[in-house]
Write a protein that binds this ligand. Structure first.
Ligand code: G1P
Length: 252
């Protein structure tokens, strides 16, 4: 959500499903909670609660069945209408390197310059290509590729490269037409990557090899690592967390 806001996007739709209600509650501030915090003089906390619910216009849509990422994205069709849009997968956090503008904003600029869909790419170890959508293409500048291949979770032998789709996309609205014609693919799910591969045959599509870091929070180990790394950047807890890590390291 913060990545969107920092890039100037404030109309946001979240596709949620069973067990994800907590997300909705997190973003809607409760008047009751606010009132209690105010009465108790807990102003820093009150400020935090308000900031979360006021940072964007956040909407939710319910995905009833787990039919894959492609199906989840289709649920945004009415919300998006005829405009280009950004897609951010929630199990990844991207942080640009210190000096640059937000990665999503850089992608928006490429989209505008090329008038075509753009996807973020990250180099991964060859043995990990089967966890991702993998792209192939030709370099058009230092960090931009004109894509000609996209394969969802290929084996290392089938993979066109080691450039993985890194959970951030800027799409032309035409992607919805391709999604509606995409049959079930890998894992019997409707794969966004398959719809993109079909779209790429008719329209240019670009890959952006960003500079920065991708935090994967979709598996336990990386979720823990991410909490620690980002925790260290949070002023209010960084000192205590550092002390704790030092003590822990001493015990290992
Ligand atoms: C999805 C996409 C895949 C992409 C990945 C990035 O896979 O299908 O192409 O590389 O996100 O995180 P999932 O993580 O849902 O298996």
């Amino acid at each position: 959500m913060e990545e969107c806001v920092e890039s100037g996007i404030t109309d946001i739709l979240m596709v949620i499903g069973q067990g994800k209600r907590a997300l909705e509650e997190h973003f809607y501030s409760s008047r009751e909670v606010e009132k209690r915090l105010e009465e108790n003089g807990q102003f820093p906390l009150l400020e935090k609660v308000r900031r979360i619910s006021e940072m964007a216009n956040i909407h939710f849509v319910w995905q009833k069945e787990l039919n894959g990422l492609g199906d989840a994205v289709s649920h945004g069709r009415t919300f998006v209408g005829a405009d280009p849009f950004a897609l951010l997968l929630g199990d990844t956090i991207l942080r640009e390197s210190d000096t640059s503008q937000p990665i999503l904003q850089q992608m928006m600029e490429i989209h505008e310059a090329k008038n075509a869909s753009v996807v973020a790419l990250e180099e991964v170890d060859r043995e990990k290509v089967s966890r991702y959508g993998i792209a192939g293409g030709t370099k058009v500048s230092d960090n931009i590729l004109a894509l000609n291949q996209l394969v969802e979770k290929p084996s290392p032998e089938e993979a066109p490269s080691n450039l993985a789709v890194a959970a951030r996309y800027i799409f032309q609205p035409g992607i919805f037409d391709y999604l509606s014609e995409t049959p079930r693919g890998k894992n019997n799910e409707i794969q966004l990557t398959d719809a993109m591969a079909a779209m790429m045959k008719d329209h240019e599509m670009f890959g952006f090899c960003f500079t920065g870091k991708r935090y994967d929070i979709g598996n336990k180990l990386d979720f823990i690592k991410t909490n620690i790394e980002l925790g260290l950047t949070h002023g209010d807890i960084s000192k205590e967390l550092t002390d704790y890590l030092r003590t822990l390291a001493g015990k290992l």
